[in-house]
Design a protein around this ligand. Structure first.
Ligand code: PPS
Length: 879
């Protein structure tokens, strides 16, 4: 459905209402009342007042985002009532609202009266002068109301984005409303009282649930992100924070939203779609008393994520966990080993469930079996990604397997990819028939009926039986009335047919689109049956089985459960027409056919499986990567004395040199992409990210600290993300796992991930040493950049004392100081020489860039420089 506002008057009301708040900072109650009224006004005007234009939308995508402005202001929907009638209706409702609010908020009579008069006047005024505000959508209205910048109102508009100001803390009893965390949650809520929090960006969206209830929902964008690093306890921290009563994590772990998009693909609406949404009126009333977060550990390693974040959520707080780099790298390799094992399990299960999967497809798409195309089919095909959960649910056990997506992705891609624009375009009706055909075609190919080939293979293991296909053009069947008739004839008794018992009649679609037949041919058996039929125009044949040289028709079977129209004839012809290369063995056809059975048994074609992953041996893959990176970095650091000169080099210059060289010689990719060593180079990654996100917005946490002393780490985390401290009832691994299972039930299955893994074997000592040596300089750089020490693997002697003593007290300032010092050093050098430092990629040049970056905090608005960054592929699932 598409929601459009025909009046655009709500913002005016908001403005007027805001003036009813007494001068000075309004109390929460007053603000809440105003907010409530605004919301109700909005609802009344949109729905009751007839300002709401509800139009069917052709795209459920729009419906999900719920924000497509109806720029044309299309006709249709309800006509607005007269302004006075609307205002009268509103006044009546307003009284009811006021009475309710007065009781719950403890407002005095004069406050109520003041609000009532202001609101009523505002409504009358607004309705008399139909708004000249541009918006014609909920989103637009919200934006416009945001523009008013009304203090105390929960909506505001900032930097061109539609936002909801969500983190101010309401009284405890209201918070309990918005997040039911049970007794623990409520205890924590009490801790929330106090000063208001930071505003959060957010957007309105309309969900199906909200739509059904005739409401809107608000989803806030995250104010914090667990951005790294992989295998460092990011999921544990997610599970812990999810327990915090004022924290709400994204609906999925690892959104990968920022890591592969170009900046102009980044928009609030699609990001917001990943976060829990809540009733808009409640949200505004209760001021969304929580902060929202997500966790995508790849972000830090990505070359795009921080830049993209800066564009969309520039104030976001990052939490970055880091772990001993050797352990981290090995942990990731071990995860891949498990993943590949799980893939094997899935491939074993697939043939066993093939029937069920195909049946589910037919159940979800009854028109595959000749029924009329239903609404739900239309909707599934216009949103092909909905296929996976729908099919998964239907298929039961196998649909819950972690690798299920890998089965569905080829179908989804095919359906999406094959649909021409006219099908996908949102304002044209979906060509469901065509989409269905695409889907069906793929299902038939990937879940074919077991043909007689399998049986023949068992009966005659000596011969090579092949599977081929024969397709009957629809027109032929349609034109030849006798063909359809033949289908309905009883099978000959020798094939199990009883006189008078009609054969199974294939679905209408078979006739319309042509039936597919599986052809069993024995190698070396030439039959010109194929040729004969081809000449007659009845069939097209799959080349595999039916080339002139080798293809002979032994038998064929109708694909959708009916017998071939003339199986007996084929058998006969197979014998008769194969004299050149021998004769068919004496096949007991009834047994062969019978093995297939009336319902048909399907199998699974492995080529239809997405991403058959392989895992390379740990030593070879990691050593190769080290060699590659060494080569890359030695180039970068040639001016600084090569990789070994890194320790002594100026940190800013070295970091910049590495960063820019990496863009040229190493293609960072998401997924488990055999980049174990790079992802353990925290210095380089941190440097890149800190170009876009200020140091004081990033908190680096050592993984072991989170595990060993959470009571020290978590208060700092809470402070960093802006929630009150909270005593978790338990921080044991079991409690964390229980929370994760609740929130992300299939995370463990899906990724090969474990909260704590038991490795089959440890990393070879020599390899561990080689990695440790290779990353040592980067680790020092990391310590210097962050002003922190991390275990014994990232300490820089030059700031060790400070780091040990001062800890992470003001690392942002330390960091900035370095930049400022460098900037002034450069400025002086320039003055002294009367010209800038020349040469490209020199230490001085790089330092200058670095200093300039420090001096100019404006977000870079261009794409990364190197092409190597451009092809990071979209992640298809959590990785
Ligand atoms: N409480 C706590 N604190 C700190 N670290 C912990 C905690 N619990 C688990 N772990 C470690 O987390 C490792 C998995 O990391 P991630 O969840 O970040 O992995 S992933 O990137 O999401 O795949 C996992 O690594 P492996 O055991 O090597 O698999 C654990 O060592």
């Amino acid at each position: 459905m598409r929601l459009t506002d025909q009046r655009g008057s709500v913002p005016c009301i908001l403005q007027a209402l805001s003036t009813s708040v007494p001068a000075g900072r309004p109390s929460f109650q007053q603000v809440a009342l105003v907010v409530t009224l605004c919301v109700l006004l909005g609802v009344l005007m949109w729905v009751g007042g007839g300002g709401l234009d509800i139009q069917p939308s052709s795209s459920s995508d729009e419906a999900q985002h719920g924000m497509t402005p109806n720029a044309s202001g299309r006709e249709g929907g309800l006509k607005p009532k007269s302004a006075d009638r609307q205002a009268d209706a509103f006044e009546g409702e307003l009284d009811v609202v006021l009475k309710k609010s007065a009781a719950s908020r403890g407002l005095n009579d004069s406050e109520i009266e003041e609000a009532r008069v202001a609101a009523t006047d505002a409504v009358r005024e607004a309705l008399r002068k139909p708004g000249d505000l541009p918006p014609r959508s909920i989103d637009g209205i919200l934006s416009a109301s945001c523009d008013l910048q009304v203090e105390g109102l929960p909506l505001y508009h900032d930097k061109g984005q539609t936002c909801c100001k969500a983190a101010q803390k309401p009284p405890a009893q209201q918070q309990a409303h918005s997040k039911d965390n049970g007794p623990q949650g409520r205890r924590g809520l009490e801790a929330a009282e106090g000063e208001g929090g930071e505003p959060l960006p957010g957007v309105l969206r309309t969900t199906q649930r909200a739509e059904a209830a005739g409401e809107n929902e608000v989803a806030c964008l995250p104010s914090f992100i667990i951005a790294g690093t992989q295998k460092s306890g990011t999921t544990a921290l997610t599970g812990i924070l999810e327990k915090h009563p004022l924290v709400m994590m994204a609906e999925r772990k690892e959104l990968h939203f920022f890591d592969h998009k170009t900046p102009n693909q980044i928009n609030a609406a699609s990001y917001a779609f990943n976060f829990p949404s809540f009733n808009a009126s409640q949200a505004m009333e209760h001021r969304a008393p929580f902060v929202v977060g997500e966790a995508t550990p790849f972000y830090l390693a990505s070359r795009k994520a921080c830049m993209n974040m800066r564009k969309l959520v520039p104030d976001v707080r990052l939490l970055v966990l880091v772990r001993d780099p050797v352990k981290r790298a090995y942990s990731e390799h071990q995860m891949k080993v498990r993943r590949v094992e799980e893939q094997g399990e899935m491939l074993e299960l697939l043939p066993l469930h093939a029937n069920k999967i195909y049946d589910c497809a037919v159940k979800l798409f009854p028109s595959l079996d000749g029924e009329d195309i239903s609404e739900s089919e239309r909707s599934l095909l216009s949103q092909p990604q909905g296929l996976s959960p729908a099919m998964g649910e239907c298929t039961g056990e196998i649909g819950q397997h972690g690798k299920w997506m890998d089965v569905m992705i080829p179908f989804i891609r095919k359906v999406r990819g094959k649909l021409p624009n006219r099908v996908r375009s949102s304002d044209k009706p979906v060509d469901t028939k065509y989409a269905l055909e695409v889907f069906r075609e793929d299902m038939s190919r990937c879940f074919p009926l077991k043909t007689v080939v399998d049986k023949l293979q068992t009966l005659y293991p000596g011969g090579t039986w092949r599977r081929g296909w024969a397709r009957t053009p629809a027109t032929n069947w349609g034109d030849k009335g006798d063909a359809a008739e033949r289908f309905t004839k009883p099978l000959p008794p020798k094939f199990g047919g009883a006189p008078g018992k009609p054969r199974r009649v294939p679905g209408k679609l078979d006739l319309r689109w042509g039936g597919e037949s599986w052809v069993a041919a024995e190698d070396g058996l030439v039959g010109d049956h194929a040729e004969e039929r081809r000449r007659a125009g009845d069939y097209e044949y799959g080349a595999e089985a039916l080339t002139e040289e080798e293809g002979g028709v032994g038998a064929y079977l109708e694909e959708r459960g009916g017998w071939g129209s003339d199986a007996a004839a084929v058998e006969h012809w197979g014998r008769r027409l194969s004299p050149k290369k021998g004769v068919l063995p004496d096949v007991p056809w009834p047994e062969v056919w019978g093995s297939w059975g009336e319902a048909g048994e399907r199998t699974f074609d492995e080529t239809c499986y997405q991403r058959m992953e392989r895992v390379a041996a740990v030593e070879s893959v990691m050593k190769t990567e080290i060699r590659k990176l060494k080569h890359c970095f030695n180039n970068a650091l040639s001016d600084l004395g090569g990789l070994s000169g890194l320790d002594e080099a100026d940190p800013a210059a070295a970091a910049e040199a590495l960063d820019s060289e990496l863009s040229k010689c190493f293609n960072v990719t998401p997924g488990i992409s055999d980049q174990y060593i790079y992802r353990s180079l925290y210095g380089i990654q941190a440097y890149h990210c800190l170009k876009y996100i200020p140091r004081n917005q990033v908190m680096f946490i050592e993984s072991d600290d989170l595990r060993d002393k959470p009571e020290e780490v978590l208060p700092r985390v809470h402070e960093h993300i802006g929630v009150p401290d909270f005593q978790y009832p338990s921080l044991g691994q079991d409690a964390i796992m229980a929370e994760l299972e609740k929130k992300y039930p299939d995370f463990e299955k899906r990724t090969g991930w474990r909260l704590d893994s038991a490795y089959k074997e440890e990393i070879p000592e020599a390899l561990a040493t080689e990695i440790r040596n290779f990353v040592a300089s980067d680790m020092k750089m990391f310590a210097r950049l962050t002003g922190q020490s991390f275990g014994d693997w990232a300490i820089d002697d030059r700031n060790k004392e400070e780091a040990m003593v001062g800890g992470n007290a003001r690392p942002d300032e330390l960091f900035e100081e370095e930049f400022v010092k460098e900037a002034s050093r450069m400025a002086e050098a320039k003055k002294a020489s009367g010209r800038g430092t020349s040469g490209s990629g020199t230490r001085g040049d790089n330092a200058r860039k670095m200093a300039a970056a420090a001096a100019d905090p404006s977000p870079p608005n261009s794409e990364p420089r190197s092409d190597t960054e451009g092809d990071a592929r979209a992640a298809d699932g959590p990785q």
